[in-house]
Design a protein. Structure first.
Length: 499
C-alpha cells in the first residue's frame, strides 16, 4: 500500500568546508548527530526521459529508514509530493498507474544509479521537537542508459519536518548563505546526474509565438499538458481534479473546432470526437454529484414542517454515494486503450500539426476573426432565446447559447497572448454569461430530477409535496435568470467591438 508525504526542502552546493554550525539559527536549541546512512537508488524513466521532462522522479532505493519505491511529483519550487510503496523487485502497480498518462506503452528503464553517504543532523527546538533534517550527501552517480560515465559531488539538503512552518527554512537559508553555502543549480540529484552524464547535444530553441498557428498550438499544447498532468491526481481522488481534467478536455475540443482555419479539421475532428467521449466519461459521476449538492442545499433551506417523507434519504440514494474517493469506473477509463490512444494522437498533433494556410499569417487578424465569429453565434442564440415564450423551446435555446458561450470563452482564452486586453475582456464577459446561463440550465436539470424523484416517491405511497415545493423554487430561479438576461446581454453585446 502506497502512502503520500509532502516534502518541503532546499538543496545547496557543498564545498570542502562541509556543514556550518546551525545552532545559531533562530528557534534551534539543539543539533543532534544522527549518523551516516548509505543509500543506493536506481532511477527509472523512458528512453526519451518523459518523466524527467515533467520534473517527475521514480526510484527504487535501499538503505536508510524509508527503503522502497518513491515517486515524486512537483507541487511548487522546493515542494514535492512523494508517494512511497514497499520495496519489491518490480514497480508496484499503483505507482505504474500514476505515470501511465506519460509513459503509456513505453518501457521504463533504469537510467541512473545514485549511491550516497548521507551524514544526517536533526535540528530540534527547546521542547525537543524536530524542526528540520539537514544532511550532507556525498553522491556518486552512474549512468545506466541514454548516456555514459559517472559524476560525483557533495550537496547539503534541508528538509522541513512534517507540519513545520516553511518560514523556518528561510532562517536556515540565511545562516547557510552567510557561511558561503550556495543554493544548488539543480532541482534534484537526478537532474544533476542526467546533466553531467548525458551525451553532448544541442539545446532546443524555443521561439516566441509569432504566427496564428504558433498561438493556437501553444494553447493546444497547454491543454494537452493539463490532461496528462491531472491524470495522477484523478487516480488519487484529489479534490476538483476530475473537474479540472474535464474542463481541459472541453477547452481543447472547443479550440480544435473554433480554429478550423488554422488546424485542418479533417485531421482534428476525429480527435475532437475522442475528447467529447472523454469529457462525457468524466461527467458521469460529476454531473450527478453537483446536482445532488444543489438539491440538498435547497432542501436544507426548507423548514422542517414542510418536509414530508424521506426526501433527504431519497436524494442520498439517488446520488448513489458518489462523493469521496475515485470511481473504479473512471480509473478503468484512464487505463483504457482508447484513452491512451487519444493521448498519443494529441502528441502526434502537436509534433506534426496539420496547419492550414491561415496558420502562417500574422495572428491578430486571423485569431480576432475567429473570436468574432464565435461571438456572433452566441448573439444569434441569445436573441432567439429572448424572442421565445418561457417553456421547453426557450430552455433549449438558452442551453445552446450557453454551449456557444463556452466555446467563445475558450477561443478568447487562446487569443489572449495575441490580442491582449480585448481578449481578456471577452473572456470575462463570456464567463459571466456562462455562469448566468448555467444557473438556468442547472434549474432545468434539477426540475427534471425532482419530477423523477416525485414519481418514485408517489409510487411508494410517500407524499410528493416537498418535491413540488422544491420544483417551484427552481422555477423561480429560472424565471429570475430569464428576467435578468436582456439587461445583462445589453451590457456585454459590444464585447467584440474592441477585437
Amino acid at each position: 500500500m502506497a502512502d503520500t508525504k509532502r516534502e518541503i526542502e532546499r538543496k545547496y552546493e557543498s564545498e570542502d568546508s562541509g556543514l556550518p554550525d546551525l545552532t545559531g539559527v533562530a528557534g534551534v536549541e539543539t543539533v543532534v548527530d544522527k549518523g551516516v546512512a548509505r543509500l543506493d537508488a536506481t532511477y527509472y524513466d523512458t528512453p526519451d526521459e518523459r518523466l524527467m521532462a515533467s520534473s517527475i522522479t521514480l526510484r527504487r532505493r535501499t538503505g536508510g529508514s524509508d527503503a522502497g519505491w518513491h515517486l515524486k511529483f512537483p507541487v511548487s519550487p522546493g515542494v514535492r509530493d512523494e508517494i512511497r510503496a514497499p520495496l519489491s523487485d518490480t514497480l508496484p502497480d499503483e505507482l505504474a498507474a500514476l505515470v501511465r498518462s506519460r509513459v503509456r506503452d513505453v518501457e521504463l528503464l533504469p537510467v541512473v544509479r545514485l549511491r550516497s553517504e548521507r551524514d544526517v543532523r536533526h535540528l530540534l527546538d527547546a521542547d525537543g521537537e524536530l524542526l528540520a533534517e539537514v544532511s550532507v550527501d556525498a553522491v556518486h552517480a552512474e549512468r545506466l542508459s541514454g548516456g555514459v560515465g559517472t559524476a560525483q559531488w557533495t550537496e547539503i539538503e534541508v528538509e522541513l519536518a512534517d507540519g513545520g512552518d516553511p518560514v523556518f527554512l528561510d532562517k536556515v537559508d540565511k545562516r547557510l548563505r552567510k557561511a558561503g553555502v550556495r543554493p544548488s543549480g539543480s532541482s534534484s540529484k537526478l537532474a544533476r546526474a542526467l546533466a553531467e552524464t548525458a551525451p553532448a547535444k544541442k539545446s532546443p530553441v524555443t521561439a516566441d509565438p509569432v504566427t496564428a498557428g504558433d498561438h493556437v498550438l501553444a494553447y493546444v499544447r497547454a491543454q494537452r499538458d493539463v490532461i496528462v498532468g491531472l491524470d495522477p491526481a484523478v487516480r488519487q481522488g484529489v479534490e476538483d481534479s476530475v473537474h479540472g481534467l474535464r474542463v481541459a478536455t472541453r477547452r481543447l475540443r472547443s479550440t480544435l473546432t473554433s480554429y478550423g482555419k488554422v488546424l485542418d479539421r479533417t485531421v482534428t475532428d476525429p480527435i475532437g470526437d475522442e475528447l467529447k467521449w472523454l469529457a462525457g466519461e468524466l461527467g458521469v459521476d460529476r454531473d450527478r454529484e453537483v446536482l445532488a449538492e444543489r438539491l440538498s442545499a435547497s432542501l436544507d433551506e426548507v423548514p422542517a414542517t414542510l418536509v414530508s417523507g424521506p426526501v433527504a434519504e431519497r436524494l442520498s440514494a439517488w446520488s448513489a454515494g458518489k462523493r469521496g474517493g475515485v470511481s473504479p469506473r473512471l480509473v478503468g477509463v484512464l487505463d483504457s486503450r482508447r484513452h491512451l490512444a487519444l493521448l498519443d494522437s494529441l502528441d502526434a498533433l502537436i509534433a506534426d500539426p496539420p496547419l492550414r494556410k491561415a496558420a502562417g499569417k500574422k495572428p491578430h487578424k486571423v485569431i480576432a476573426e475567429v473570436v468574432r465569429k464565435e461571438f456572433r453565434k452566441v448573439s444569434g442564440l441569445v436573441g432567439q432565446a429572448l424572442e421565445l415564450e418561457p417553456g421547453t423551446d426557450r430552455d433549449l435555446a438558452i442551453h445552446e447559447a450557453r454551449k456557444k458561450t463556452k466555446r467563445t470563452r475558450y477561443a478568447a482564452e487562446a487569443a489572449g497572448p495575441a490580442l491582449g486586453k480585448p481578449a481578456k475582456t471577452m473572456v470575462k464577459s463570456m464567463k459571466a454569461l456562462q455562469n448566468l446561463l448555467g444557473e438556468h440550465q442547472d434549474s432545468v436539470m434539477a426540475r427534471q430530477t425532482l419530477r423523477e424523484l416525485s414519481a418514485v416517491a408517489h409510487a411508494a405511497g410517500e407524499s410528493a409535496f416537498t418535491y413540488g415545493l422544491l420544483y417551484g423554487r427552481e422555477e423561480r430561479r429560472a424565471a429570475a435568470v430569464e428576467t435578468e438576461l436582456p439587461g445583462f446581454w445589453d451590457g456585454i453585446k459590444g464585447a467584440a467591438d474592441a477585437l
